[in-house]
Design a protein around this ligand. Structure first.
Ligand code: GRF
Length: 190
């Protein structure tokens, strides 16, 4: 059984989609550890409500990365838990080289655009403002850049005429909830 380490900062709807895929038998994996840089993140609540190992790790001073100490803690927690594939499911920080080197080609991220278009924050808003008629989501390997790692898979969604940032983001998230568990199942849990 593939042991997953999950990192998230937010509500954790992608994590919930992973749990549903595991429950339904579509994904042969188990959750070894969930880590968040935000103490009150929904993703930690979801993990705890299922009695899954969940930890808040104080990120330190930087807004964009974990402190070196925090990242060392993350690595130690993931290793101790026996995590084999690390999934960034709405983790809002860049990863440093030691974490990347600790799990070579075993860290993936879900991003709400068709990369390489619209890297960084609020990618759905960027797509809307650019007047795209189509956008989507991407699962990619994580490197030390911002949304720059090798692409594993993408799923397209239309941008509709009356879309707001909210409606478009919701449509992209629905696509994410299909794409992320299916990539984990097809590429890593075989
Ligand atoms: C997703 O839209 C993902 O693409 C981005 O962060 C969001 C996380 O949402 N990286 P959730 O916490 O999984 O609901």
């Amino acid at each position: 059984m593939l042991r997953l380490g999950i990192l998230g900062s937010g509500k954790g709807s992608n994590f919930t989609a992973i749990l549903e895929a595991i429950d339904s038998g579509a994904l042969a994996a188990e959750v070894a550890m969930v880590i968040s840089d935000r103490e009150n993140a929904g993703i930690l609540e979801t993990a705890r409500s299922r009695n899954l190992p969940a930890r808040f790790i104080d990120p330190g001073e930087s807004r964009s990365r974990l402190s070196s100490e925090a990242e060392a803690n993350v690595i130690a927690s993931l290793k101790e838990a026996g995590a084999e594939l690390i999934v960034l499911a709405g983790f809002m920080r860049l990863i440093r080289q030691p974490l990347i080197d600790a799990f070579p080609r075993r860290i993936i991220n879900i991003h709400p655009s068709l990369l390489p278009k619209f890297r960084g924050l609020a990618a759905w808003q960027q797509a809307l403002e650019a007047g795209e008629t189509e956008t989507g989501c991407t699962v990619h390997y994580v490197d030390s850049g911002m949304d720059t790692g090798e692409i594993l898979a993408q799923r397209r969604v239309p941008v509709l005429e009356n879309d707001t940032a909210e409606t478009l983001h919701a449509r992209i998230q629905e696509a994410e909830h299909h794409l992320l568990p299916s990539v984990i199942a097809e590429v890593f849990a075989r």
